[in-house]
Design a protein around this ligand. Sequence first.
Ligand SMILES: C[S@@+](CC[C@H](N)C(=O)[O-])C[C@H]1O[C@@H](n2cnc3c(N)ncnc32)[C@H](O)[C@@H]1O
Length: 199
Amino acid sequence: MEKTHDAEEIQQMTRARFGRIAEDPSSERKFPVGPESAKGLGYNSAEIDALPCGVTESFAGVGCTICLGPINDGETVLDLGSGAGLDTFLAARRVGPQGRVIGIDMTPEMVCKAEGNRRELGMENVEFRQGSIEQLSVEGNSVDLVLSNGVINLCPDKERVVSEIYRVLRPGGRLYVADITLEDGVDQATVERLGTWSD
Ligand SMILES: C[S@@+](CC[C@H](N)C(=O)[O-])C[C@H]1O[C@@H](n2cnc3c(N)ncnc32)[C@H](O)[C@@H]1O
Protein backbone atom coordinates (compact mmCIF):
# COMPACT_ATOMS: atom_id res chain seq x y z
CA MET A 1 0.00 0.00 0.00
CA GLU A 2 1.15 3.56 -0.77
CA LYS A 3 2.82 5.28 2.19
CA THR A 4 1.61 8.83 2.96
CA HIS A 5 2.71 11.31 5.59
CA ASP A 6 1.01 14.38 6.98
CA ALA A 7 2.68 17.79 6.92
CA GLU A 8 3.94 17.55 10.51
CA GLU A 9 5.54 14.12 9.88
CA ILE A 10 7.23 15.43 6.72
CA GLN A 11 8.71 18.37 8.65
CA GLN A 12 9.92 16.07 11.45
CA MET A 13 11.66 13.78 8.94
CA THR A 14 13.16 16.78 7.14
CA ARG A 15 14.47 18.23 10.41
CA ALA A 16 15.98 14.88 11.42
CA ARG A 17 17.67 14.45 8.06
CA PHE A 18 19.22 17.93 7.92
CA GLY A 19 20.15 17.77 11.60
CA ARG A 20 22.26 14.72 10.65
CA ILE A 21 23.73 16.49 7.60
CA ALA A 22 24.73 19.43 9.82
CA GLU A 23 26.46 17.24 12.39
CA ASP A 24 27.84 14.48 10.14
CA PRO A 25 27.72 15.38 6.43
CA SER A 26 29.29 12.03 5.48
CA SER A 27 26.11 10.30 6.73
CA GLU A 28 24.24 11.43 3.60
CA ARG A 29 24.38 8.53 1.15
CA LYS A 30 21.73 9.38 -1.43
CA PHE A 31 22.33 12.97 -2.56
CA PRO A 32 25.55 14.87 -3.14
CA VAL A 33 26.60 17.25 -0.37
CA GLY A 34 29.75 19.26 0.19
CA PRO A 35 32.24 21.45 -1.69
CA GLU A 36 32.72 19.21 -4.74
CA SER A 37 28.97 19.18 -5.29
CA ALA A 38 28.94 23.00 -5.15
CA LYS A 39 31.72 23.21 -7.74
CA GLY A 40 29.87 20.76 -9.99
CA LEU A 41 26.76 22.97 -9.80
CA GLY A 42 28.65 26.02 -11.09
CA TYR A 43 30.01 27.82 -8.02
CA ASN A 44 33.43 29.39 -8.46
CA SER A 45 35.99 26.80 -7.29
CA ALA A 46 38.42 29.32 -5.80
CA GLU A 47 35.59 30.96 -3.84
CA ILE A 48 34.44 27.57 -2.50
CA ASP A 49 37.98 26.48 -1.56
CA ALA A 50 38.51 29.76 0.34
CA LEU A 51 35.53 29.16 2.64
CA PRO A 52 35.91 27.33 5.98
CA CYS A 53 35.14 23.61 5.87
CA GLY A 54 32.18 24.13 8.24
CA VAL A 55 30.46 26.20 5.54
CA THR A 56 31.02 23.90 2.59
CA GLU A 57 30.88 20.37 4.07
CA SER A 58 27.12 20.55 4.75
CA PHE A 59 26.21 22.34 1.50
CA ALA A 60 23.12 20.55 0.20
CA GLY A 61 21.97 22.87 -2.57
CA VAL A 62 20.78 21.67 -5.94
CA GLY A 63 21.95 24.55 -8.12
CA CYS A 64 23.96 27.76 -8.05
CA THR A 65 21.37 30.35 -6.97
CA ILE A 66 23.89 33.17 -6.65
CA CYS A 67 24.82 32.59 -10.33
CA LEU A 68 21.27 33.34 -11.50
CA GLY A 69 21.54 37.12 -11.67
CA PRO A 70 23.07 40.19 -10.11
CA ILE A 71 23.40 40.66 -6.34
CA ASN A 72 24.02 44.35 -5.81
CA ASP A 73 25.82 46.50 -3.30
CA GLY A 74 23.55 47.61 -0.43
CA GLU A 75 20.73 45.13 -1.08
CA THR A 76 18.76 43.20 1.54
CA VAL A 77 18.77 39.49 0.71
CA LEU A 78 16.75 36.67 2.29
CA ASP A 79 18.09 33.10 1.99
CA LEU A 80 15.30 30.52 2.47
CA GLY A 81 16.39 27.19 3.99
CA SER A 82 19.88 28.62 4.46
CA GLY A 83 21.46 25.41 5.83
CA ALA A 84 25.08 25.92 6.88
CA GLY A 85 25.07 29.29 5.11
CA LEU A 86 27.05 28.92 1.88
CA ASP A 87 24.71 31.04 -0.29
CA THR A 88 24.12 33.44 2.60
CA PHE A 89 27.84 34.19 2.99
CA LEU A 90 28.54 34.49 -0.74
CA ALA A 91 25.57 36.87 -1.09
CA ALA A 92 26.77 38.87 1.94
CA ARG A 93 30.10 39.48 0.23
CA ARG A 94 28.29 40.81 -2.82
CA VAL A 95 25.93 43.19 -0.96
CA GLY A 96 28.84 44.57 1.08
CA PRO A 97 28.72 46.33 4.46
CA GLN A 98 25.78 48.57 3.45
CA GLY A 99 23.65 45.52 2.63
CA ARG A 100 22.53 42.59 4.75
CA VAL A 101 21.53 38.96 4.39
CA ILE A 102 19.08 37.04 6.58
CA GLY A 103 19.19 33.23 6.51
CA ILE A 104 16.16 31.28 7.74
CA ASP A 105 16.14 27.56 8.45
CA MET A 106 13.87 25.36 10.58
CA THR A 107 16.57 22.83 11.63
CA PRO A 108 18.23 23.92 14.90
CA GLU A 109 21.51 22.07 14.15
CA MET A 110 21.83 23.89 10.81
CA VAL A 111 21.14 27.31 12.36
CA CYS A 112 23.69 26.59 15.10
CA LYS A 113 26.30 25.52 12.52
CA ALA A 114 25.58 28.56 10.32
CA GLU A 115 25.92 30.92 13.28
CA GLY A 116 29.27 29.32 14.24
CA ASN A 117 30.39 29.79 10.63
CA ARG A 118 29.26 33.44 10.71
CA ARG A 119 31.35 34.07 13.81
CA GLU A 120 34.38 32.36 12.26
CA LEU A 121 34.04 34.53 9.14
CA GLY A 122 33.39 37.67 11.24
CA MET A 123 30.48 38.69 9.00
CA GLU A 124 28.49 41.49 10.64
CA ASN A 125 25.98 41.90 7.81
CA VAL A 126 24.57 38.36 8.22
CA GLU A 127 21.89 37.13 10.59
CA PHE A 128 20.47 33.60 10.96
CA ARG A 129 16.97 32.97 12.28
CA GLN A 130 15.38 29.65 13.11
CA GLY A 131 11.91 29.37 11.63
CA SER A 132 9.67 28.07 8.91
CA ILE A 133 9.65 29.59 5.45
CA GLU A 134 5.89 28.96 5.39
CA GLN A 135 5.63 31.73 8.01
CA LEU A 136 8.53 34.10 7.56
CA SER A 137 9.63 36.15 10.56
CA VAL A 138 10.47 39.01 8.20
CA GLU A 139 8.75 42.36 7.69
CA GLY A 140 6.66 42.80 4.54
CA ASN A 141 8.06 44.87 1.66
CA SER A 142 11.59 44.76 3.09
CA VAL A 143 13.63 42.44 0.84
CA ASP A 144 15.28 43.12 -2.55
CA LEU A 145 16.24 39.53 -3.37
CA VAL A 146 15.08 36.12 -2.15
CA LEU A 147 17.41 33.13 -2.64
CA SER A 148 16.02 29.61 -2.38
CA ASN A 149 18.26 26.59 -2.91
CA GLY A 150 16.74 23.13 -2.60
CA VAL A 151 14.11 23.98 0.00
CA ILE A 152 10.71 24.54 -1.65
CA ASN A 153 10.48 20.87 -2.73
CA LEU A 154 10.66 19.96 0.97
CA CYS A 155 7.72 22.16 1.99
CA PRO A 156 4.27 20.58 2.26
CA ASP A 157 2.54 23.96 1.68
CA LYS A 158 4.23 25.41 -1.40
CA GLU A 159 1.49 27.99 -2.07
CA ARG A 160 2.03 29.42 1.38
CA VAL A 161 5.79 29.71 0.72
CA VAL A 162 5.17 31.57 -2.54
CA SER A 163 2.71 33.94 -0.89
CA GLU A 164 5.22 34.64 1.92
CA ILE A 165 7.93 35.38 -0.66
CA TYR A 166 5.56 37.80 -2.38
CA ARG A 167 4.74 39.47 0.95
CA VAL A 168 8.34 40.15 1.98
CA LEU A 169 9.65 41.30 -1.44
CA ARG A 170 9.68 44.99 -2.26
CA PRO A 171 8.02 46.01 -5.54
CA GLY A 172 10.48 45.02 -8.25
CA GLY A 173 12.19 42.54 -5.93
CA ARG A 174 13.73 39.35 -7.38
CA LEU A 175 13.62 35.62 -6.62
CA TYR A 176 16.47 33.26 -7.59
CA VAL A 177 15.42 29.62 -7.16
CA ALA A 178 17.16 26.28 -7.66
CA ASP A 179 15.01 23.28 -6.87
CA ILE A 180 13.94 19.74 -7.64
CA THR A 181 10.74 19.38 -9.65
CA LEU A 182 8.57 16.45 -10.56
CA GLU A 183 7.33 16.03 -14.11
CA ASP A 184 3.70 15.14 -14.80
CA GLY A 185 2.96 11.45 -15.07
CA VAL A 186 5.70 10.12 -12.77
CA ASP A 187 4.32 7.12 -10.91
CA GLN A 188 4.83 6.32 -7.22
CA ALA A 189 7.19 3.42 -7.99
CA THR A 190 9.56 5.79 -9.83
CA VAL A 191 9.43 8.33 -7.00
CA GLU A 192 10.36 5.58 -4.55
CA ARG A 193 13.15 4.27 -6.79
CA LEU A 194 14.72 7.70 -7.27
CA GLY A 195 14.04 8.84 -3.70
CA THR A 196 13.36 12.29 -2.38
CA TRP A 197 15.42 14.61 -0.21
CA SER A 198 12.99 14.15 2.65
CA ASP A 199 12.65 10.38 2.83
C1 LIG B 1 18.50 20.83 0.64
S1 LIG B 1 18.92 21.78 2.06
C2 LIG B 1 19.68 23.17 1.34
C3 LIG B 1 20.40 24.03 2.34
C4 LIG B 1 21.10 25.25 1.74
N1 LIG B 1 20.19 26.07 0.97
C5 LIG B 1 22.27 24.82 0.90
O1 LIG B 1 22.27 25.15 -0.28
O2 LIG B 1 23.16 24.15 1.43
C6 LIG B 1 17.35 22.39 2.62
C7 LIG B 1 17.38 23.18 3.92
O3 LIG B 1 16.08 23.73 4.12
C8 LIG B 1 15.68 23.54 5.47
N2 LIG B 1 14.22 23.47 5.46
C9 LIG B 1 13.43 22.48 4.95
N3 LIG B 1 12.13 22.79 5.05
C10 LIG B 1 12.08 24.03 5.65
C11 LIG B 1 11.02 24.91 6.03
N4 LIG B 1 9.74 24.59 5.82
N5 LIG B 1 11.34 26.08 6.61
C12 LIG B 1 12.64 26.41 6.83
N6 LIG B 1 13.68 25.62 6.49
C13 LIG B 1 13.41 24.45 5.90
C14 LIG B 1 16.39 22.29 5.93
O4 LIG B 1 16.57 22.30 7.33
C15 LIG B 1 17.71 22.37 5.15
O5 LIG B 1 18.71 23.02 5.90
